[in-house]
Design a protein around this ligand. Sequence first.
Ligand SMILES: *[C@@H]1O[C@H](CO)[C@@H](O)[C@H](O)[C@H]1NC(C)=O
Ligand SMILES: *[C@@H]1O[C@H](CO)[C@@H](O)[C@H](O)[C@H]1NC(C)=O
Length: 243
Amino acid sequence: MVLLGIMPIFTFALGTWQLKRLKWKINLIDELEEKLQLQPLYLPSNVNLSVIPEFVFRKVLIKGRYDHAHTMLLSPRVREGVHGVHVVTPLIRDNGTTVLIDRGFVSNDFVSSINSEEENGEVEVLGMLRTSQARNTFTPDNNPEKGEWYWTDVEKMAETAGGKAANVQPVFIEQILEGHAGDANTKLSKGIPVGRAPTIDLRNAHLSYVITWYSLSAFTALMFFRVFLNKRMSPGRRMPRFN
Ligand SMILES: *[C@@H]1O[C@H](CO)[C@@H](O)[C@H](O)[C@H]1NC(C)=O
Ligand SMILES: *[C@@H]1O[C@H](CO)[C@@H](O)[C@H](O)[C@H]1NC(C)=O
């Protein structure tokens, strides 16, 4: 009975806590979307790593030449139902450090023959600054020795690209696709990496948690009252009769 009485209160508190998290998440996404609207900034020649968190999701411009020999493939990735990989290549800057560019998606048909024709000389990349991804329980561990990458581990990728000795900084930029769906399809059919859309892709599951906890609270409250009423009306609990 006590447990049944506590349940509605407990689940209600959890629902309220998730509601707070939901508000926080919505604010965060709004903030990032505003940041994304700002003019792209040129990436400094030497990036101050401690300020990266403030600049996540900012659009950046960067010039250099790709170091194709150190390309790393993030797999498996899916784009509009097509299976493939993301192509990560270090970009060497004449007057600055080398950073990592996620050039985008290539379908499995082109994995062994990624088309880099247009990207052999100096290129200017428009991208979005990102950090390492949180791995979930189902993500296998990366195996850099075998060239197997499942999640973005910026530190490890920078190391694999040559690390400090080769002037590589753990800075990760996702290339943005400028243009429309037709441009993306042309690139896809030629095996040229297709960059991402400039959008905020944060997960926001808090609303479903709010609904779940509040529903549970209402349900257990109902249970509590039914049991409570049953007990009061049950024959064993009736007042003794005196006639
Ligand atoms: C990097 O940025 C932090 C915070 O703004 C600052 O305290 C630090 O001195 C900077 N480091 C360098 C090497 O500029
Ligand atoms: C790099 O620096 C040199 C000398 O400071 C300059 O002449 C050159 O234009 C710079 N290159 C780029 C790509 O900024």
